[in-house]
Design a protein around this ligand. Sequence first.
Ligand code: GUN
Ligand code: ZN
Length: 465
Amino acid sequence: MSTIGIRGTFFDFIDDPWKHIGREQDAARFHADGLLVVQDGVIADFGPYGQLAPKHPGLEITHIKDRLILPGFIDGHIHLPQTRVLGAYGEQLLPWLNKWVFPEEVKYKDRDYAREGVTRFFDTLLASGTTTCQAFTTTFKVTTEELFEEASRRNMRVIAGLTGIDRNAPDYFVDTADNFYRDTVELIGRYHRNGRNLYAITPRFAMGSSEEMLARCEQLKKEYPDCWVNTHISENPAEIRTLLDLHQDCTDYLGVYEKYGLVGPKFSGGHGVWLSNDEFRRMSRKGAAVVFCPCSNLFLGSGLFRLGRATDPNCRVRMSFGSDMGGGNRFSLLATLDDAYKVGMCNNTLLDGSVNPGHQDLAEAERNKLSPYRGFWSVTLGGAEGLYIDDLLGNFDPGKEADFVALDWNGGPMAMSWHQSLAYEGEGPATVEEAANLLFGIMMVGDDRAVDETWIMGKRLYKKS
Ligand code: GUN
Ligand code: ZN
């Protein structure tokens, strides 16, 4: 058995800050000088250093100084084979897929090409502070195999699955529903709950799925109810129109997934930009999750996700945040928080009743604002709740897996270290509010340079050079 201690300044969450509007710090937990005790990769004890250290005599302790230590970030929606499509110019969703994405993803048929992409994918995740992701792969089995193999080598928790598409894509890219079913069954058998791997039945999106494909997904979920379901939902107006033409018996996008029994716990739909109030209500009732992907929604011009509506306490929807890389033009969830904050602020202009009397909704406007508490909860504990993995990770509770990130509050452009260090005269934060202020600086001004170290199951896998 191996037991180690990490000493430093810790910040995590014990509750959802949207439930504590006005006193969000009550949802957070802060130890200016804390100790995390890790036994075989799992948290055994956590608390103030002064109280805990005497309980663990002889503990080998690593002291991480001048950093804020948070649970590792959770990316609820990312595309492994789009690592080389970052920043592709000029198109909205459907032409972007055809022009840039399918021609790149087809190259992942080749195992060597896939392996190189997978290595760079995980290297970049770790350098971004992301320790867990829910990932799309491609329609070719090798890509999914390579992803799970590499995640296992790094001992990282991932949710992923063969990504099915059998219509509305070029011939060279589509699969058949039967192949998808057969390959998925085989991959579930090999990888689901093997080490830290979790399997998601993954119809790419309803517009790319025939009735047979969706029926196969329904069958898979019935046969393997422990598996996740990962897909896209209501992202782009042209996509939605095409889909509803194909399903004249459905009144909205969610209805198509409901028709095939896919919507419930462990279902997550990326984007949800155009979800109606009624769709939000149904997702809330059924325990399904939406994944907010602001970098992508802005980059592809999909629209402004209604954060304040998704967080309505009367029909609260489970929610993770995702980079949607390469629809999103950044890997970093810090960049996701930056854009999420701006989306919320723009939504509040739409809700401003001074221009359109009747549009005003002060409570929704307040919920649209992404405070540092809401932001960092969303990429840690909240993200884990959205994916139904909060029993495993998301904060520093004993029993959870010890994945964490050490953030340098001076890491970013030159102006950042100047303004952040002035705030505390070079000292670390002494209170939860001071820590939250630094975190807001990191999410709005910082970038990858703020990620100094990333640890997986109590082992340091990344250190900024
Ligand atoms: N819908 C179907 N496929 C994709 C994809 O690769 N990216 C995004 N953003 N939306 C999709
Ligand atoms: Zn996506």
